[in-house]
Design a protein around this ligand. Structure first.
Ligand code: ADP
Ligand code: ZN
Length: 216
């Protein structure tokens, strides 16, 4: 089962992807996390990516596609994957389709997570994650059960993304509205777009997604 979670930053894509990984034994492909890992690996692709990122530019589409293509050939992706943070433009969506078709793969569902823009800033500026295992938390909505200790791995170090501040968030929301939301009709026309209400609590959103996937 191959899924895309589509929605503005803060919609809850990462949160739900982590749940889907466990529920269906799929692999979360967060392109942001993957890019940071590729750069850290020092590979040829990593050196290219580092240059682009340091110059403050967007990664070229072919580089992103190559990175995802390499990743989904790993054996752990055999049961399927959840793309989170990709595609961000219609051109990327088309390139993704071509790449998957060449591998004999296809997308089963594209799940749009709909959230009112006003709550996104609060969700993003309050989020943090475990530095050891990446589990996501929120100052108000999802605190660790024991203060300062990760529920999943027991780690005690947490980190916040440098770009999770109000000013950057507004620019990222505008980029979503202008460049990414126009992808929705593309998947709608393929008949694979499903929309869930991302305004409800985390468990309820998870139930909605399960319902969608059960019908897919
Ligand atoms: P995305 O990956 O779409 O950018 P995240 O999954 O990181 O979004 O969620 C952003 C923040 O909002 C996180 O801190 C998360 O704990 C919190 N969050 C996610 N889903 C919900 C929800 N349904 N209700 C309240 N808070 C949520
Ligand atoms: Zn952890």
């Amino acid at each position: 089962m191959n899924i895309i979670l589509l929605g503005p930053p803060g919609a809850g894509k990462g949160t739900q992807a982590k749940r889907l990984e466990q529920r269906y034994r799929l692999v979360q492909l967060s392109t942001g996390d993957m890019l940071r890992a590729v750069v850290a690996s020092g590979s040829t692709l990593g050196r290219k990516a580092k240059k682009v990122m340091e110059s403050g530019q967007l990664m070229p589409d072919d580089l992103m596609i190559q990175m995802i293509s390499d990743r989904i050939e790993q054996p752990d992706c055999a049961r399927g994957f959840i793309l989170d943070g990709f595609p961000r433009t219609t051109a990327q969506a088309e390139a993704l389709d071509t790449m998957l078709k060449n591998k004999g793969l296809k997308l089963d569902s594209v799940i749009e997570m709909k959230v009112d823009p006003e709550v996104l800033v609060e969700r993003i500026t309050g989020r943090f994650s475990c530095a050891t295992c990446g589990a996501g938390y929120h100052d108000r909505f999802q605190r660790p059960k024991v203060e300062g200790v990760c529920d999943v791995c027991g780690g005690t170090e947490f980190s916040r993304r440098a770009d999770d501040n109000e000013e950057t968030v507004r620019a990222r929301l505008a980029a979503y509205r202008e460049q990414t939301a126009p992808i929705l009709p593309y998947y709608e026309s393929q008949g694979i777009l499903r929309t869930v209400d991302g305004m409800t609590d985390i468990d309820d959103v998870a139930r909605q997604i399960e319902t969608v996937l059960a019908a897919a």
